[in-house]
Design a protein around this ligand. Structure first.
Ligand SMILES: [Zn+2]
Length: 134
């Protein structure tokens, strides 16, 4: 995967989620096909922390099942950084269990939110192109 495609509407939805959750990190699952996001699932951050997140396993199980039923796969995982840059933390790297998904990070550190996408494979971080379509 070199890029991830996502609609304006979904980006807005993710930013709204991040702002609503402030000052805690929020997280969610991006469902779609190939490298295109078609649905955003908001998830509960069970850590309720400004510097870390962990998705509720029960919710994740339910969402995985729903995605399968809809013929979608997990294209990405997003989470917010309320007080940090849009770059994976060492904890994010150590908890990146999926090689083939895009990790989107929304930073609220500055006046304007910043979103970047990464692949995290064998502890190596590679930035992906974020293609925002109408
Ligand atoms: Zn993080």
């Amino acid at each position: 995967m070199d890029s991830i495609i996502i609609s304006h509407k979904d980006i807005d939805d993710i930013i709204t989620h991040a702002k609503e959750g402030y000052p805690e990190e929020v997280c969610g699952i991006l469902a779609g096909r190939d490298n295109e996001v078609l649905h955003v699932y908001r998830m509960t951050n069970t850590e309720h922390s400004p510097t870390s997140y962990f998705m509720d396993p029960k919710e994740q199980f339910r969402v995985m099942k729903e995605m399968r039923n809809k013929g979608l796969k997990m294209v990405g995982i997003y989470h917010s950084h309320p007080v940090a840059e849009a770059y994976p933390s060492s904890r994010d790297v150590s908890l990146a269990f999926y090689d083939d998904v895009a990790y989107l990070i929304i930073s609220l550190l500055y006046k304007e939110p910043i979103i970047r996408a990464f692949e995290i494979k064998e502890s190596k971080i590679r930035e992906l192109k974020l293609e925002i379509k109408e």
